[in-house]
Write a protein that binds this ligand. Structure first.
Ligand code: NDP
Length: 300
């Protein structure tokens, strides 16, 4: 099959790398052309295209992995965009963590040409992407899901059919809201413990053997905040976008969600404070600033 991959960012590039190593023919496109050119140099089986239209022409499967649904719409509709060049009958797999409503609009726009849309956002982070063991949550028709599953298996390990178009993006958004809640709440607990005179490393040791533990307390905060290393793997700006999708989703279906609303407000505040390039775990810096203490190991 011929596959196009658009968006060679932190997570998109390792996903595309695995497709380049498969039996399929791969064409890549990236807004910053130098990244696509480098990908082509590093992958003999891949070709870089100069526009979204050129990338998707004659492809059976097109994969997008862009910051949000806003950019997916742009890449579809811009003058040299995908829309006119998509082959009738192909499938568009959107691995962006997007918003369900825009995805339903895109699916409806493509349906008259027999083009199917599958929202397939991923989780597991860049390490799971490099190791081809991402979790992928899919929305679309069951027949489209069956058609694209073998391609998703190239970079995914746990692949879950969640329901009609938008269902994958819905699950991703609520997962991200939980991630933000866990990071912020764990940071509050540790800053309070630090201010009360307890070493945050000691508090974490206990929490991680007790009922307050989460992936944030067990992995993210010890490896990134306690060490003060804060490596960038997933931008805080993207988490901000995700939690906002979740909060608006809850509102649209009439579910009061004060926890999500607060997490969305604080994540936005942290994003504004720290800028576009900060990692998501750096949201703890906002809690540290408000609380006047840092999450660091104070043992001598
Ligand atoms: P990055 O910010 O690293 O990369 C974004 C990609 O989108 C780049 O290729 C960028 O191109 C491109 N892009 C940005 N704006 C536009 C535009 N206006 N038109 C066309 N292309 C554009 O993001 P990630 O790779 O980290 O994330 C991609 C998606 O995956 C997001 O929805 C994110 O929420 C999700 N995700 C990310 C995870 C992670 O660990 N990083 C984990 C799970 C999901 P350019 O190179 O020119 O900037």
């Amino acid at each position: 099959m011929r596959i196009a991959f658009l968006g060679l960012g932190d997570i998109g590039a390792p996903m595309a790398h695995h497709i380049a190593g498969s039996a399929h023919e791969l064409v890549v496109w990236n807004r910053t052309a130098a990244k696509a050119a480098r990908f082509e140099r590093e992958h003999k089986s891949a070709r870089a295209a100069s526009s979204p239209a050129e990338a998707v022409r004659d492809c059976d499967i097109v994969i997008t992995c862009l910051p949000s649904s806003v950019e997916v719409e742009e890449v579809l509709h811009q003058p040299d965009g995908m829309l006119g060049a998509l082959r009738d009958g192909c499938v568009l797999i959107d691995c962006t963590s997007g918003d369900p409503e825009t995805s339903r609009d895109i699916a409806a726009e493509l349906a008259p040409r027999g083009i199917e849309f599958v929202d397939a956002p991923v989780s597991g982070g860049t390490i799971a992407a490099i190791e081809a063991r991402l979790t992928v949550m899919c929305g679309g028709s069951e027949s489209a899901f069956a058609r694209v599953k073998p391609v998703i298996e190239i970079f995914g390990k746990k692949i879950v059919y969640c329901g009609p178009v938008g269902a994958g993006h819905t699950v991703k958004a609520v997962n991200q809201a939980l991630l933000a809640v866990h990071i912020l709440a764990t940071a509050e607990a540790l800053v309070a413990a630090a201010k009360a005179g307890v070493n945050p490393a000691v508090a974490l040791d206990v929490i991680n053997a007790s009922s307050g533990r989460s992936n944030s307390s067990e992995n993210l905060i010890p490896a990134r905040a306690l060490t003060r290393e804060f490596p960038r793997t997933f931008r805080l700006a993207l988490l901000d976008k995700d939690v906002d999708i979740a909060a608006r989703l809850a509102q649209s279906v009439g579910v009061p969600a004060p926890m999500m609303d607060l997490a969305a407000r604080l994540t936005r505040e942290a994003h504004e404070m720290l800028g576009e390039e900060a990692d998501h775990v750096e949201a703890v810096r906002l809690v540290e600033k408000h609380g006047g203490a840092e999450i660091r190991n104070t043992a001598k």
